[in-house]
Write a new protein. Structure first.
Length: 151
């Protein structure tokens, strides 16, 4: 099996983001952490993922600052995996993926689920991208602009 090329030094922010969170299992671990799972055994049971792969993904997410470990909340000898601010910042990405999946990943009439506002119980509005002046932006309305390094 060929070794995957690292994107960690790529100039594109999308490529660098994919290096951190672009792996399918990593995103599902982050999703489960957002849903309140904290223990290795919970992730393993919910995802049905081999322990060695889960261990590798959890270590990478911790090393990248997306998750952190802390002593188990119940005082046991286990550790909890908890989202960091960087990990919680993945939420809009997760919502965008979910909404795309709700619209395009299921056949008509196929059973699925939707995201709702917990307080109102109503479906969450689709994410939108707006210009600084409030205009709704589409794929043809944006461009990429190089900026000087902050260093």
């Amino acid at each position: 099996m060929a070794k995957r090329t690292s994107l960690k030094d790529n100039a594109c922010p999308i490529a660098r983001s994919m290096e951190s969170i672009g792996d399918c299992w990593s995103m599902l671990i982050i999703r489960d952490a957002m849903m309140g799972l904290r223990r290795f055994s919970e992730f393993q049971k919910h995802l049905g993922l081999a322990k060695n792969i889960l261990t590798t993904r959890l270590r990478a997410l911790v090393a990248d600052g997306i998750l952190t470990t802390e002593p188990a909340s119940d005082g046991s000898a286990y550790q909890d995996y908890v989202l960091t601010p960087k990990g919680r910042a993945v939420f809009p990405i997760m919502v965008a993926l979910r909404q795309w999946g709700e619209d395009f990943a299921f056949a008509p009439g196929e059973a699925t689920n939707i995201m709702v506002d917990r307080k109102a119980g109503k479906r969450v509005r689709p994410l939108e991208l707006h210009a600084a002046d409030g205009r709704l932006l589409g794929v043809g309305d944006t461009a990429i602009k190089p900026v000087a390094s902050a260093g």
